[in-house]
Every structure is written in structure tokens, then in C-alpha cells.
Write a new protein. Structure first.
Length: 232
């Protein structure tokens, strides 16, 4: 999707204040978050600064409808449907694959901006990097594809470690792929891989307790918005 077609969704923001009053509306962005606002403060700050640089000020000439799943990815489809029903002018799904998948299923017409660690072609978000097509555009980190590289780095740091633990969120759409990559990476460097799971804050204590019992000295963390928001 061309940039000018995307920003056309916000075109009403160029109306003068008198026109907003007459039409009783301002353009709206639907922000669909997998985690929570208190865990994404730097990210939200950057998002608002980017809007401001483009001439959009929240509460003045643009509204933002927030929907936060608080780490419960099952809530995302209903939230995305709410945003599409309002409807908002643009949906921003900028904190990982779960929110992007939910946004895609909610609309085929409202522009969607995404940030994901997954391959957007594999998941059908775009047709190609050169010609995305459709109503979706965004940025890709390809973070999930770096699982083997993380194991290589872990082995370089701790070459004597016989077992490496891999932390994964079992509710993530990428979990099975990352586990398969982790097991293959372990075989490649000659170490055992112990899979540990966490999808809530309460799971972390159990995870690290298990690692202590097994005397695992290396932990590789899988790509996931929930882990990013709970890095402390």
C-alpha cells in the first residue's frame, strides 16, 4: 500500500477547527496492544512523538482509541472488532504478531500499520516487500528468525554449558516455530535444550525455580510482546 493511500485515512485531520465542530468528529486511530500501557511507556512516548512530528496531537486533531489485552492474547480479536466497528480511520498494531493477526481478521478495508517479528509474507499480511498490496503496511524486525543466532551467541558466552533453557510463551502464534528452531539450534551446537513456558507474571517464579533446580546456567528468551513488557 502506497504511503499516500495510507495517510489518506487521516486526511480529515487537515480540516480546520470550525469544520470539526460542524461535523462533530475528528479522525481516530485504533491502537491495539498485546500488553499494557504501563509496560510500554517508551514505546507509547515514541508513538505520540511520531504523530506530533506528522502534525497530529492527541485530543486536538486526532483521537486514539486504546485497547489493551494485558498479556491475554485471547482478548485481542474482540478488541480489534470493536475498533473496526467504531470505526477508526487506522488501526495500529505495533507490539507483535498477536495484535497484528487480530487486526487483520477484523477488517479488510481499514488501513493497518504493524510492527512484527514474524515474516509478513508467510502470514499473508502483504504480497511482497516491494508491493505489499491490500490494507496492511508496517515494519518487520524478523526477530523470531534469530533464535538460532541467539543459541550460537549463548554457546560462545558459555561454551561449557551442556544444557540451554529456552523460554517461550505457549500462547504466542510463533511458539511452535520457535521451539522447533531452538531444538534444531541445540543439536547444531551440541547442547541439550530445555523448554520452559511462561504466559503470565506468576509463571516466571516457577520458570526460574526450575532452572535453579536443574542448574541451568544459560537462558535464551524467545521473541514475544509479553516478555518484552516484563523484561525486568
Amino acid at each position: 500500500m502506497r504511503r499516500r493511500q495510507f495517510i489518506a485515512g487521516l486526511g480529515a485531520a487537515a480540516w480546520p477547527i470550525a469544520a470539526w465542530a460542524q461535523h462533530r468528529t475528528v479522525p481516530a486511530i485504533g491502537l491495539l496492544g498485546s500488553t499494557s500501557p504501563d509496560k510500554t511507556v517508551p514505546w507509547l512516548t515514541g508513538f505520540r512523538l511520531g504523530l506530533k512530528a506528522a502534525g497530529f496531537n492527541e485530543g486536538e486533531n486526532v483521537a486514539i482509541e486504546y485497547r489493551w489485552a494485558e498479556g491475554n492474547y485471547d482478548r485481542l480479536p474482540a478488541f480489534a472488532a470493536e475498533l473496526a466497528h467504531i470505526p477508526v480511520n487506522v488501526i495500529a498494531a505495533l507490539d507483535g504478531l498477536p495484535s497484528v493477526l487480530a487486526a487483520r481478521t477484523s477488517t479488510s478495508t481499514i488501513p493497518i500499520v504493524f510492527l512484527t517479528a514474524a515474516d509478513p509474507i508467510q502470514y499473508g499480511f502483504i504480497n511482497s516487500f516491494n508491493r505489499p498490496g491490500g490494507n496492511m503496511t508496517g515494519a518487520v524486525t524478523l526477530n523470531a528468525e534469530l533464535v538460532p543466532k541467539r543459541f550460537e551467541l549463548a554457546h560462545e558466552i558459555m561454551p561449557t554449558a551442556a544444557t540451554v533453557a529456552f523460554l517461550v510463551n505457549p500462547t504466542s502464534p510463533l511458539s511452535q516455530t520457535m521451539v522447533a528452531d531452538a531444538l534444531a539450534a541445540g543439536r547444531a551446537i551440541g547442547v541439550r535444550v530445555h523448554i520452559v513456558n511462561a504466559s503470565t507474571e506468576g509463571d516466571f517464579e516457577k520458570v526460574f525455580g526450575t532452572l535453579a533446580e536443574l542448574r541451568v546456567t544459560v537462558l535464551v528468551i524467545g521473541a514475544d510482546p509479553f516478555f518484552n513488557s516484563r523484561s525486568e
